[in-house]
Design a protein around this ligand. Structure first.
Ligand code: IPE
Ligand code: IPE
Ligand code: MG
Ligand code: MG
Ligand code: MG
Length: 324
C-alpha cells in the first residue's frame, strides 16, 4: 500500500509525462500543458488511486490513467468555469482564457475532455463499459450543476436545499465519482461502489462550502483566486443565503442593493463582506462543514472491511487545514 505523498509524486510524474507528443497544433496543446502545469491539490486522482488500492492488491500504477482522466476532466471543468465566472486568476496565475483568449479556452477544455475518454478505460478494457457509463453520468451531472449555479446567480431567494443540490452536482458528484471509478476499476461489487460514492459526495459538499468560504475569506495571501469573486459575480453561496436569512432590514437593504448591481467593484465586495461579518455566516458555514465531515467519518467507519479507506479520512483532515 502506498502513502499519499508517494501517490502524489506519481500523479505529478504521470501528468508531466503527458506531453501530447507529436500532436498538433501547438496553439491547442500549449494552453493544455499550461493549465496542467499550474499545480493544484490533485485531490481527485488521489481519491481514485486510494480507492483502487483499498479494494485490490493489483499494482496501483494500473489505475493511473483512470486517475489522470479524472484530474483532466476537473481541469477541463475549471477552464470553462473560469470563462463562465469571469475569473481572471486560477491557481495564482492568469486563467487560460486571459492568457490566450476565450476561443482557445473553449477548445482546450473540449480537447482535455476528449482526451479523458481514452485514458479512462485504457488499462481496463474488460470494465470499459461500466467505467464509461459511470463517467458519462458524472460529466452530465457536473454540467447540470454548473447550469444550476448560473441559474441561481440570477435568483433572489434560493433555499439552502437548492444550494446543496447545486453544489452536490457541480462538485460533489466528481469527488464521489473519483472514489467510485477507483473501486469499479478494481472490480468492487456494486454496493461498495455505492458506499464509496456516497462518502465522496459527503466530502464534496463540505469541500465546496469550504471553497465558498475561502472565496470571501481567503486563508492566506497565497490564495490563488480573486478575493470576493463570488460576490462580484452574484454567485449563490451558503454565505449569501444565511446572510439573507439573518440580516436586519438595514443589512438586507445593503445586500439587495449591491447584488442588484451587475458592475464589479471593490466597493461591492467590501459592503457585502461587512454584512457577512456582522451576520456571522462564516461560523455557520464552518458548523455545516463539520456536520458533513462528521457524516463522512461515520461513512468511513462503516467501510471497516476495507481499511484502505481510512487514509481517505486522514487526507480529508489535512485538506481541511489547507491553504488554497
Ligand atoms: C476547485 O477545485 C473547484 C471546486 C470544485 C471547488 P480544487 O480546489 O480541487 O482545485 P485545484 O485542482 O486544487 O486547483
Ligand atoms: C466550481 O465551482 C465547480 C466546477 C468547476 C465544476 P467554483 O466556480 O466555485 O470553483 P472555483 O472557485 O472557480 O475554483
Ligand atoms: Mg469559478
Ligand atoms: Mg463556478
Ligand atoms: Mg469557488
Amino acid at each position: 500500500v502506498q502513502s499519499v505523498p508517494e501517490l502524489l509524486k506519481q500523479i505529478e510524474e504521470a501528468l508531466e509525462a503527458l506531453q501530447f507528443t507529436g500532436r498538433q497544433p501547438v496553439n491547442l496543446y500549449e494552453p493544455i500543458r499550461y493549465v496542467l502545469s499550474l499545480g493544484g491539490k490533485r485531490i481527485r486522482p488521489l481519491l481514485t488511486l486510494l480507492s483502487y488500492q483499498a479494494v485490490t492488491t493489483e499494482p496501483v500504477s494500473r489505475c493511473m490513467d483512470t486517475a489522470l482522466a479524472i484530474e483532466l476532466f476537473h481541469n477541463f471543468s475549471l477552464v470553462h468555469d473560469d470563462i463562465m465566472d469571469n475569473a481572471e486568476t486560477r491557481r495564482g496565475a492568469p486563467a487560460l482564457h486571459v492568457k490566450w483568449n476565450q476561443n482557445t479556452a473553449i477548445l482546450a477544455g473540449d480537447a482535455l475532455f476528449a482526451y479523458t475518454m481514452g485514458l479512462m478505460t485504457r488499462n481496463f478494457p474488460e470494465r470499459a463499459a461500466a467505467l464509461i457509463e459511470t463517467y458519462a453520468r458524472i460529466a452530465l451531472e457536473v454540467c447540470e450543476g454548473q447550469m444550476q449555479d448560473l441559474d441561481q446567480s440570477g435568483q433572489q431567494q434560493v433555499t439552502d436545499l437548492e444550494y446543496i443540490e447545486m453544489i452536490r452536482k457541480k462538485t460533489a458528484v466528481l469527488l464521489g465519482g473519483a472514489l467510485r471509478v477507483g473501486a469499479l476499476a478494481a472490480g468492487a461489487p456494486p454496493d461498495l461502489c455505492e458506499r464509496v460514492d456516497a462518502l465522496g459526495q459527503t466530502l464534496g459538499i463540505a469541500f465546496q462550502i469550504q471553497d465558498d468560504v475561502y472565496d470571501a475569506f481567503p486563508p492566506d495571501e497565497s490564495f490563488g483566486k480573486k478575493i470576493g469573486g463570488d460576490i462580484l459575480e452574484n454567485k449563490n453561496t451558503l454565505l449569501r443565503i444565511i446572510a439573507g436569512q439573518r440580516a436586519t432590514p438595514a443589512q438586507r437593504q445593503i445586500l439587495d442593493t449591491w447584488f442588484a448591481r451587475p458592475e464589479p467593484s471593490d466597493e461591492k465586495v467590501q459592503h457585502v463582506l461587512a454584512v457577512y461579518r456582522e451576520t456571522g455566516v462564516q461560523e455557520y458555514a464552518h458548523q455545516q462543514i463539520n456536520n458533513y465531515s462528521e457524516q463522512a467519518r461515520l461513512q468511513v467507519t462503516e467501510l471497516m472491511a476495507y481499511p484502505g479507506y481510512q487514509i481517505v479520512w486522514q487526507l480529508w483532515q489535512e485538506l481541511m487545514n489547507r491553504k488554497s
